[in-house]
Design a protein around this ligand. Structure first.
Ligand code: MLT
Ligand code: ZN
Length: 452
């Protein structure tokens, strides 16, 4: 062990190997408080060369590597566990950010660049990142890509996968692979970048990416639509999806979420509290407010809608949705889900959910919000013990029975490997194992994540 620490110190420098328990602790729990573990040390490399040397050293010492960016993940995928000796590889020092290429609309980012910084750089160049989520100030590009993050604007620009024009990574044996030419078309063999996107640190360590930006629209608009049922919310979503090309955001909050969020805001609610609210956002080079207002009239939703007339009111509406993750976590250790359900099955999923939860966790408080336009709902349960998996199993089985997925955006992490077979066949899981063994034969990269 002291051999390992000295070898790591020789690679990254003594101040960047945190072996003391107090210094490690912030890296050893996720912020929901549900996932914890102990590591031998937290190692903070500065570049891909140092990452490669750290991986080689860990392989020599039979020590596993848990890669961590901003530690904003929600499935324990960046948290060590106590099953094998592990180090945490913190990527935050890889924070170089290149110049935006305005013609190709690309920018090179180190894995440790935060989303907020990328968004700022994109904005300064008259473009936007094409990905947004509430954890933007801490979440890093490497983590977003490793988890194929979705967020608030995926309905328009897709998930992180769509934003990647190039990628550099270190494989388990310390080999650096890099495809950062920025070519828009390149069919030379297997696409390793695609394989690494969404692999949650189990196939390689992403050290940098070429991020593909999107145009910034001059005008934005946001409306809150208060509806009387989940099926009305789904009908409204369908109507808007079909007739609003400038749609950039389509979010859902159930009544429990509306209430808990409003509790921490002062002033009168912006709309009557009904069984569900939708937030509908547009971004356009024309008149976004007019486009949104017209679509609301055509969809018969205008009388239930409040349009935010300026940026301050827009931000106030958005914060009702964005604050939910923190507000719920402040009330207890939540069991969090990011299920995906086809729009056609979403109302029956929501009808069945209370009974399914009540059967196994009768006193649980349930909150549902999420990215309705993508069929991606965040079910949050407060009450069950963090180690009690019965409600998790019940909710994920319901998602699978509804024709959906156990994870639409947060990933499998340490939370869901035992549920993968609900939505992936034996043949698919066997193929995943074959890939894992080929790229990480010693199993040192994030063991226990995705594949148990
Ligand atoms: C969100 O959409 O707010 C995030 O995925 C985080 C969460 O699920 O709470
Ligand atoms: Zn989300």
């Amino acid at each position: 062990m002291s051999d390992l620490i000295s070898a790591l110190q020789a690679i990254v420098g003594e101040p960047h190997v945190l072996a003391d328990a107090d210094l490690r602790s912030g890296y050893e729990s996720d912020w929901t408080g549900r996932w914890h573990g102990e590591s031998l040390a937290v190692v903070r490399p500065a570049d891909a060369g140092e990452v490669a040397a750290v991986l080689r050293t860990c392989a020599d010492h039979h020590v596993a590597v848990v890669t961590q960016g901003g530690n904003t993940g929600l499935v324990g995928g960046a948290t060590p566990d106590d099953r094998s000796p592990e180090i945490v590889l913190s990527m935050r020092r890889l924070d170089s950010l290149g110049d935006v290429d305005p013609a190709l609309m690309q920018v090179a980012c180190g894995a440790g660049v935060t989303l907020a910084r990328l968004q700022q750089a994109a904005g300064d160049a008259g473009l936007q990142a094409g990905l947004d989520l509430a954890a933007r100030d801490s979440a890093t590009v490497g983590g977003l890509v490793a988890c194929n993050a979705g967020g608030l604007q995926a309905i328009r620009y897709g998930t992180a996968r769509r934003r990647i024009a190039g990628l550099e990574a270190v494989l388990a044996d310390g080999t650096v692979v890099s495809r950062m030419s920025g070519l828009r078309k390149d069919n030379a063999g297997y696409d390793l970048a695609s394989l690494l996107i969404g692999s949650e640190g189990t196939l390689g360590v992403i050290t940098g990416v070429l991020w593909s930006l999107v145009p910034r629209f001059s005008d934005r608009s946001l409306a809150l639509v208060a509806v009387d049922s989940v099926s009305e919310a789904v009908d409204a979503a369908r109507a808007l999806l079909g007739r609003l090309p400038s749609l950039e955001l389509l979010e859902f909050l159930d009544e429990a979420s509306i209430r808990i969020s409003l509790e921490q805001l002062s002033g009168t609610p912006p709309a009557p509290i009904t069984p569900a609210w939708l937030l509908v956002g547009c971004a356009s080079s024309g008149d976004a407010q007019e486009e949104l207002a017209e679509a609301l009239v055509e969809s018969g939703l205008d009388e239930r809608a409040v349009i935010a007339v300026d940026a301050i009111r827009r931000q106030r509406l958005l914060s009702i949705r964005e604050s939910l993750t923190e507000v719920i976590a402040a009330a207890g250790v939540p069991h969090k889900f990011d299920v995906g359900v086809p729009l056609g099955a979403l109302a029956s999923f929501m009808d069945e959910l209370p009974g399914v939860v009540a059967d196994v966790a009768p006193t649980a408080r349930t909150f549902v919000y999420g990215h309705l336009g993508d069929g991606n709902l965040h079910v949050n349960l407060l009450g069950p013990d963090p180690d009690d998996e019965s409600a998790d199993e019940a909710v994920l089985q319901l998602a699978a029975r509804s024709g959906g997925t156990i994870t639409a955006e947060h990933g499998v992490g340490r939370h869901k490997p035992q549920y993968l077979s609900l939505v992936r066949s034996d043949a698919e899981i066997a193929a995943m194992w074959a890939i894992k063994r080929a790229l990480d034969p010693e199993g040192i990269l994030n063991p226990g994540v995705i594949l148990a």
